[in-house]
Design a protein around this ligand. Structure first.
Ligand code: C5P
Length: 223
């Protein structure tokens, strides 16, 4: 089966307090997004790479690709008003015969093992969602009271979330709902149960300036 990755990178990154969205910021000498693309290419040099970008940053991206002499082929798609619509744009003409990973552009620390586990499980079960254990204690807030809940009952969800393309094509034909914060929630809304697999703890979503410090330390450690 064809392997495809849709890398969504059309967010504006308001929590980064920076003019430049976080996916374009340089981390250890390379823009975040290039680290992310490199990972999927390293996993499989034949994978089809679809990159979803904000329309007003496409020119900037092409310029930095030239500046860094970035050699990896990829196709660019227009971003939407939120993640759901960005993924939907990236799914255009996806075909019935593919296994498709959807990955946040701001997660450059995904491991090759995580990507491999995701594609393998999705080929078998149709869906594959990476999760890691929760180490902190969690409290549930409701109106005036808060209560500790058993953390063993919870998992943190990451990307790549991997699916057979036939499932995604139907799921992303639904009306948008505000509860759709990832791809699993979109697929589940059609009554499909998703399969979980082990992600990797350092696969953080770069969201705040502090995350850049942590990501940089991990990259130094791994190089
Ligand atoms: O906004 P959030 O933190 O959920 O973003 C997760 C991923 O989705 C990021 O990689 C971001 O660039 C992407 N995104 C997108 N289009 C949007 C909003 C977010 O591709 N309109």
């Amino acid at each position: 089966m064809r392997k495809v990755v849709i890398i969504v990178a059309a967010g504006s990154g308001s929590r980064m307090q920076s003019e430049l969205p976080k996916q374009f910021i340089e981390l250890n000498g390379l823009p975040v997004l290039m680290h992310t693309i490199n990972k999927f290419y390293e996993y499989d040099s034949h994978i089809e790479i679809r990159l979803v970008l904000p329309d007003d940053h496409v020119k900037h991206w092409l310029q930095i690709c030239e500046r860094f002499i970035f050699p990896i082929r990829h196709e660019i798609f227009s971003g939407g008003s939120n993640r759901f619509f960005s993924v939907k744009n990236g799914l255009q003409d996806i075909g019935e015969d593919a296994i498709v990973a959807i990955h946040d552009g701001v997660r450059p620390l995904v491991s090759l093992e995580t990507i491999n586990r995701g594609f393998k499980l999705a080929a078998k079960k149709g869906t594959a969602i990476p999760v890691v254990d929760v180490h902190e204690t969690i409290r549930h807030l409701s109106q005036s009271v808060s209560k500790t809940v058993p953390r063993v009952d919870y998992r943190l969800v990451q990307t790549p979330q991997v699916f057979k393309s036939s499932i995604l094509a139907k799921a992303y034909n639904q009306e948008f709902h505000s509860s759709f914060t990832d791809d699993a929630s979109v697929v589940e809304n059609m009554g499909i149960e998703v399969s979980l697999y082990e992600g990797n703890r350092e696969n953080l979503k770069i969201t705040t300036p502090n995350d850049l410090v942590v990501a940089s330390a991990y990259l130094n450690h791994n190089s």
